[in-house]
Structure formats: structure tokens, C-alpha cells
Ligand binder design. Sequence first.
Ligand code: FES
Length: 316
Amino acid sequence: MKTTFKVKRYDPQTDEEARFQEFELEVPQGATLLDCVNLIKWTLDGTLSYRMSCRSAICGSCAMKVNGHARLTCKTQAADVVKNNTVVLEPLGNMKVIKDLVVDLEPFWEKVEKITPWLINSDPVSPDEERLQSPEDFHKIDAASTCIMCAACYSDCSTTEVDKKYLGPNALAKAQRFVCDTRDKKQKERMTELSKGTGIWDCTHCGECSERCPTDAKPLARITEMREVALNTGHLDNNGARHAKAFVESIGKSGRLNENELPVKSVGMFNLPGLMEITPVGIRMVLKGKNPPIIHHSIEKMPEVKKIFKDFEEPK
Ligand code: FES
């Protein structure tokens, strides 16, 4: 299959800005996208830069944007992504481009370091023993432990795009692997850190991270699990936990989200600096006619909503 590969190129030594270069390639049957990129480099242009190593979806180094979304190229069949005989390849997003398809992963790794990515347990154990865990307990961290650090989730995370301090889906998925590890002794301290701004509550649930994740790590699901841990372990004095509580209260009371109350309850009714911070947004909404109705009405089928809440509260 004759295919045009539009590859984003950038050489900081010669280019003022990035540009696309087209390569025509006969895609061999059964070739992965990484096979194609290798063929471009080996037969058409040896100056093309990108990362790769294992070619087996293990090392996590070959992720790049394919037709606008991050993918692990060695795990992607080229035939599956050819559209109108074309494939567009770009470097991962949310990171600075070093050259062509190679990005600077430093901020990504710095965030992983911030979550203390190792087991903390100072209980004495003989050097001949292991810290054993039941299969059930391992199951709680099994998904997160499949992460290969490819940064596909980080590349396409919409929160990271607007807030560079946000820990990001990858570091948070890695955090869940330790928060929910029954052998770790610092769950409380970990949750205190992760409940702060830039942590678990800053995710906006766009779902891109899980969509782009090539393994079972699925960061959004791991973030949701940690939110549950945070609420169950009393980490309630923060905007995120208050927001979740106010959200549930509002739906439970009227079946609708009371968008006038929600921001106030989220920052805290007596949190004056917080309230002052959100006031300009409120004023702008009023001026643009985007403010929700002042009088909040309940939906018609409230008894049904109440029944759902009751079922949740009293599981059978
Ligand atoms: S080359 Fe190792 S994951 Fe693709």
C-alpha cells in the first residue's frame, strides 16, 4: 500500500520553526507504524530523529502523535491508521520538542519523582524473605503496574495543557500503585500530598489519558480510585473533596446541579480568599449572560433519583 507519511520535522540548529516533510513509502503487509518510521529513516532520510528500543510495547519509548493522537507506534498496525493514503506523525504533546519526533521528557520524569515512586515500609524483614501479598491485594495495583511510562497519556492530557504544575495522569496512575499497595505504610501521607492542588482533584475527567493508554494502566480509573481512598480516609479539607460532596448533595436534593452553590461550597463557605478568587469569574458570567438561574428547581422525577441514592447508601 503506497502511503504518504507527513512527518513533523524540527532541527533547532537549522529550523526557526517546525515544518512537515512528506515521505512516500510502500507499507509492507503487517508492518507496524514503527516499522514504517524505521524504513523512512533507513531508506529515505537518515537524519530523522525519534526514540525506540524494544519494538515490543515494553520499553515505552516509541510513542508519538499519529493523526493527532498519541500512540505507541510499535503496537500500532500501520494499515489501521492510514487515512486517504496518508499518515500524519508528530512529536508527543505537552512537552518541548528537542528534535523531530523527540521530546524533552524531563518534566514528565520530575512529576513521577514527586509522588515518591517506591514502597515505604520500614518493618524489619529478613533479607531471605519477600514482603508477600495476597493475589486479592495484588489485584488492587495490578492495572497501574502495567504502565510502561510511554507518556502517551501525558501528551494528550487536557489539564496538563493548561496547567504545567498538574502532576498529570502518568504520575497519578503510578501514585495509585503505591497508595493502594497493602504493603506500603504511608498511604495517609501520600493521600495528604495527592489531595493538594495539582493532584487527584485537578483531573477534569476528559478521559483522553485512558483512551490513549496502550496498556491496562488507564490513568483516569486509577485517579478515580484514589479519590475514593481520599474521601474514605478523611482527606476532606480541600476544594476537590468539597466539590464532590457538594455535587452529590445537590443532585440528591433536586436532581440537578445547583451551579450557583457549587463553586461557593467547593472553595468553602468561610474561605474568604477563595471566595474572592472566584468572584471575578462569577461577575464575568453574569455580564456575559452565562450565569445559571437564581432560583433552583428540582426535576420532576425526584423520587426516582432519591431511590438511586438510597440504593447506593444501602447496598443489597
Ligand atoms: S519500542 Fe519499546 S514500546 Fe515501542
